[in-house]
Design a binder for this molecule. Sequence first.
Ligand code: UD1
Length: 365
Amino acid sequence: MPTLYLVAGARPNFMKIAPIVRALQGHATLRFKIIHTGQHYDREMNEVFFEELGIPQPDLFMGAGGGSHAQQTAKIMLAFEELCLQSRPDAVLVVGDVNSTLACSIVAKKLNIPVAHVEAGLRSGDMTMPEEINRLVTDSISDWFFATEPSAVQHLTREGKPAAAIHYVGHVMVDNVLYQAGQLARTDTAAFDTAAFKARHARYGVVTLHRPSNVDDAATMARLAGALRSIAADLPLIFPVHPRTRANLEKFGIDLGPQIELVGPQAYMPFLNLWKDAVVVLTDSGGLQEETTALGVPCLTLRENTERPVTVEEGSNVLVGTDPDAIVAAARQVLRGEGKQGVRPQLWDGRAAERIVAVLAEQLA
Ligand code: UD1
């Protein structure tokens, strides 16, 4: 039976492989192994997601986290090459656009192992964004492209990929959020650390920020913090802080004030429990733009561009940029009840993983 290696490394990968694992478990013609690069390694960035999302223990954990981009990518490449030489898979499936995606697709392709890229074809057009480089390189060598939105199909087509290799399947991230929202309805949320915050505030907003372009520069981070403090005067905010952001807030000495509750990185379910009922989500995350669209929660994206335009064209997302006045004005608009709810894009129906597995089963038969 053909064996597929599923690569996961960083937090946003775990939500994407969970539905693929479910679709592969007990499959009649495909076997799989889970390969964890260890790009993210803290318990709250890693293990908690495996537990909550029902992902089995990885078959291999590389422990290749930390360091610069080159160090991290190189460590993953060395470990993954050794693995593929020892026990060669029939195909490698990578998801998203993190360094683990890039590293493992290059290794596989150089060993003539075919590569399937889930979430292929997204383009921000911003070459200062590390993920854009990862997306371009991965797509330039992948064999099967699983696209989440129409813009991705257009980019891949324009870049000369054969139509037969491009599969518009919907989004595994949405499969996951719909599945987990169903699970959450049966979960005792009173046990979550953030239950007290939610009980105290009937109306609140949720913030996440971790992009290097927003949090690595002191002046930019300070401007964003000013906008958040203004919004928090009218609407309490809760901000689960990514380790990169936490380190920079401390380094730059930025105080977000008493109206913004800072908490550590959240596990999936407690975080879903917060944002699904938020008046507004303010974020620079890629995945959250899509998840808020899936559940119709107003989202303001604090970036100058998005590689996920369907969330703006059809969904509940507004690309507000990083100008503080624009951010505050957009938040006030939502508070006036003029937030966008949007519609769920085509095929964002919770069945993307099944479609992906069906294509791969046929291709690898
Ligand atoms: C990575 C992804 C980004 C994704 C984000 C989600 C790349 C290029 N970037 O960015 O696309 O949106 O994950 O979180 O792959 N750290 C810890 N503990 C951890 C993980 C990270 O303390 O478990 C700290 C380390 O200091 C590390 C830094 O955060 O060096 C950055 O981690 P890294 O994986 O390099 O990039 P992210 O900013 O997390």
